[in-house]
Write a protein that binds this ligand. Structure first.
Ligand SMILES: *Cc1c(COP(=O)(O)O)cnc(C)c1O
Length: 457
């Protein structure tokens, strides 16, 4: 299996390079040049497999010859040992034919653990083999950064660097970010938005200052993050009727990677017949699905803060698929998006996407109502991000006979203060005030300060 950049088929890489990279050198994202396709019969036969063996079936075509079979199986076994539930990702029924797929049984209680735990093990494996060092870099609103810090904590050959919006990270996440070991983690509070942080990370990849230390992207701009999520769709579908029964998913827009992974899972043979995207008031993706008008905009703060941004990197991979791998067309679209902040795709491709995808923008009030109503009717507590998905699933599902699964993004424990205020959860024990100095603050675009800090790492 080889990989290419979404912006140029001439930029090629093998799996190992993809794992150990951020963006492709032309600013595009790495994508597999082709996809494995499984038959319904074959997929159904996987129903009895433990999670790590299912993961191996789904992932091994993407890994190819890069890792010997026994090593990859060992890495996967170890990865899912980090999750605290026998099923790894259990389904919880919330209504007739409606479910929440709990993706929050990992070490940081967020769905990003699936990407981070696997990526850290793959990075460790390859860096060991090459005797190389790396810095794992990314932007975060809190959650992805914490998942990466946890996952890469035991990877000796790497350090972690996070950029976060100075006023965009919830207090408790900030405490945790600031608690990170300064010898292993560089954190910068950027005087700007999450989107500004992402742009700085992209620029840093283009002009990486360290000659002998690699830069690796830690969020799902890295293909590993997508690959880890494809497995989740197979897992959920297999619990609810094997490879033949249609299934729908509702996905809170905390990143577009999950949507893209669902789309890819369908192309690989899973009978997914609907994907619903839920946003909050920051509805860039909803406007894209609804009107084919995607635009960069200022983020508003909401009760679902991990969805408070407007630039979704994985949209580029999705557009590349819709355009039949036309790298020139993708490059032109992304160049124009970078200058104008606006993106519309060809109508026929948008209609093609609409065959599968619906969307809905949920207000804070609706989110709160959904949490309290579900608790009242079932006793089940969900976090505000998941709540947007549960509501959108109920309002927009196309078929009542098709099981509808909402991705449960975060454990309710991560929103304990809000949920306690609603009376659906016990009040959290407040942590002792141990704020250990704010990490360094920097202006938007100040890569010099970052380069100096990197040189001292
Ligand atoms: C996870 C993710 C985000 C969101 O980051 P958080 O720190 O979890 O808010 C944004 N973009 C990409 C590509 C991601 O994978």
């Amino acid at each position: 299996m080889h990989y290419v950049s979404t912006r140029s088929a001439a930029v090629r890489a093998d799996f190992e390079t993809v794992v150990l990279s951020g963006l492709a050198e032309d600013g595009g994202l790495y994508v597999p040049a082709s996809l494995p396709v499984f038959s319904a019969q074959e997929v159904t036969y996987w129903s009895w497999l433990p999670f790590d063996e299912l993961a191996w079936r789904v992932m091994s075509p993407f890994v190819g010859q890069a890792i010997p079979e026994d090593d990859l199986k060992g890495l996967l076994k170890d990865t899912y040992r980090a999750f605290g539930h026998r099923s790894i990702a259990p389904l919880h029924q919330v209504d007739r034919n409606e479910w929440v797929l709990e993706l929050f049984h990992g070490p940081t209680r967020a769905s990003k653990d699936f990407a981070a735990q696997l990526h850290a093990r793959l990075v460790s494996y390859f860096l060991d083999r090459r005797q190389q060092q790396a810095v794992v870099v990314g932007a975060t609103n809190g959650d992805t950064g914490l998942a990466a810090i946890e996952a890469f904590g035991s990877c000796e050959q790497s350090r972690v660097m996070v950029l976060y919006p100075r006023n965009g990270v919830p207090e408790d996440r900030l405490d945790e970010l600031q608690d990170a070991d300064p010898a292993r983690v560089l954190a910068f509070a950027v005087d700007g938005s999450f989107d500004d942080c992402q742009a700085m990370v992209a620029q840093l990849f283009r002009q990486w200052p360290l000659a002998n230390v690699r830069a690796i992207g830690f969020n799902s701009t890295n293909w590993v993050g997508v690959m880890a999520q494809i497995v989740l769709y197979f897992h959920a579908a297999l619990q609810l009727g094997g490879g033949v029964r249609p299934i729908g998913f509702s996905i809170p827009a905390a990143s577009f990677a999950e949507v893209y992974a669902g789309y890819i899972a369908q192309k690989m043979g899973l009978p997914i017949n609907q994907i619903i995207i839920s946003t909050n008031r920051n509805d860039a993706l909803h406007q894209f699905v609804h009107k084919n008008q995607y635009s960069k905009r200022q983020a508003n703060r909401t009760v679902s803060p991990a969805m408070d941004f407007s630039i979704f990197s994985n949209l580029e991979r999705f557009v590349w698929e819709l355009y039949g791998h036309d790298d020139q067309a993708v490059r032109a679209l992304m160049d124009s998006f970078e200058t104008t902040g606006e993106l519309s795709i060809a109508n026929k491709h948008w209609l093609q996407a609409r065959m599968l995808i619906d969307s809905y923008a949920v207000t804070d009030e609706q989110t709160i109502d959904e949490i309290t109503a579900l608790f009242r009717d079932t006793g089940y507590v969900i976090d505000p991000h998941t709540a947007t998905g549960v509501l959108a699933a109920r309002l927009y599902r196309r078929s009542m006979v098709t099981p509808m699964v909402t991705l449960g993004e975060f454990s309710p424990v991560k929103s304990a203060a809000l949920l306690a205020g609603l009376g659906v959860m016990a009040a959290p024990v407040s942590a002792p005030g141990r704020r250990a100095g704010h990490p360094q603050s920097i202006r938007v675009g100040d890569l010099d300060t970052i380069a100096r800090a990197l040189a001292e790492l």
